[in-house]
Unconditional design. Structure first.
Length: 339
């Protein structure tokens, strides 16, 4: 049993309050435990999280992802929206994971701050738990670190780690992508968690309309559940999660040598928030496509005959999608071309 931290406690004098850490754990237990199913052994509070894979898979391949929210946390702090960053953290990991066909199994978070404030920190962790629940992913454990003197004032940072699984025979690796296949772009909710150093620099010079600001603060879409259904019901050849580097850097990552993605920029409209950023930041279209997702958060590559079926599945999950281009043969140094 942990004794209460006394005012004369030398650790408290140094800026670390053990009792507040305990208070935080107590306040998040219900939310964390709500993400657990019978595969999770034990509960919150142990030294390690235990997850039983079971016998569902014949030849399982484990998939690991890690990411953070970046400087979006600073913008969220400035507008009292830090509770939304929990979904960003989960999404940036499980969205990467699903591109190879893996279903997320469990998630772990790391929260580091100059000072632990149990109420505000609990809101972030509860947001993480809620996003895990939506993604059918157990919040298996986490860590909070109080680091006075390292993080200034009320600064904090978030990191996430996720593990998933896919049958080896069902692994999606882009090897089946051929000329004639269609690029199906799935809408984003906004800039997601990328490009915020530039976004914040623009906001320092220009006051954004409230509707624009709402989009910039909106959490990243959770794609894993709709994409896993899409994979189950159609033959997806390859996928690209559009994160840092935009369409320009991310689509070529899944293409074999000799293939080019021809993207039709008239196939969708840049959402208003991106147009505002482009105008105020005086950013060229080519730079926009290399920095931001520009309204396309995920790209799925399929045979043309499966596109309508795929769009119906995504629409049922309230996600719009657009045929944004085709795969062709080519020898371009950059495996993407805009038309």
């Amino acid at each position: 049993m942990t004794s209460k931290t006394k005012p004369t406690d030398p650790y408290a004098k140094a800026g670390v309050n053990i009792e507040k850490g305990n208070e935080l754990v107590d306040s998040i237990k219900l939310s964390v435990n709500a993400t657990h199913d019978r595969r999770v052994l034990g509960g919150i509070g142990g030294f390690a999280g235990l997850f039983q894979l079971g016998s569902k898979y014949k030849n399982p391949v484990l998939v690991g992802c890690t990411d953070g929210v970046g400087t979006k946390v600073a913008l969220s702090q400035a507008h009292n929206k830090t509770h939304l960053t929990g979904q960003d953290l989960v999404a940036m990991c499980v969205n990467d994971m699903v591109t190879c066909g893996a279903e997320p199994l469990f998630f772990l978070d790391y929260f580091a701050a100059s000072k632990i404030e149990p109420k505000s920190t609990a809101k972030i962790v509860k947001g993480i738990a809620k996003a895990c629940k939506k993604s059918n992913c157990a919040l298996l454990g986490g860590e909070t670190a109080e680091m006075p003197g390292h993080y200034a004032k009320n600064n904090f940072d978030l990191a996430g780690f996720s593990v998933g699984v896919v049958e080896k025979a069902d692994l999606i690796d882009g090897k089946g992508i051929k000329p004639g296949h269609i690029l199906l772009g799935v809408e984003s909710s906004g800039p997601h968690s990328n490009g915020y150093s530039l976004i914040r620099s623009i906001l320092k010079k220009h006051s954004a309309p409230e509707k624009i600001l709402q989009v910039l603060l909106k959490p990243t879409h959770l794609y894993s559940t709709p994409i896993l259904e899409l994979i189950k019901k159609t033959n997806v050849k390859g996928m690209a999660h559009i994160t840092g580097g935009g369409l320009t850097e991310n689509i070529p990552r899944i293409l074999k040598k000799g293939l080019v993605a021809n993207v039709d920029l008239s196939a969708w409209k840049f959402p208003r928030a991106f147009l505002w950023l482009q105008e105020k930041g005086k950013i060229s279209t080519s730079d926009m496509l290399r920095i931001f997702n520009c309204g396309i958060g995920m790209v799925c590559i399929l045979d043309k005959k499966e596109i309508l079926k795929a769009q119906k599945i995504l629409s049922a999950h309230k996600l719009r999608s657009f045929q944004i281009g085709t795969i062709t043969k080519g020898s371009l140094q950059e495996q993407i071309q805009y038309n």
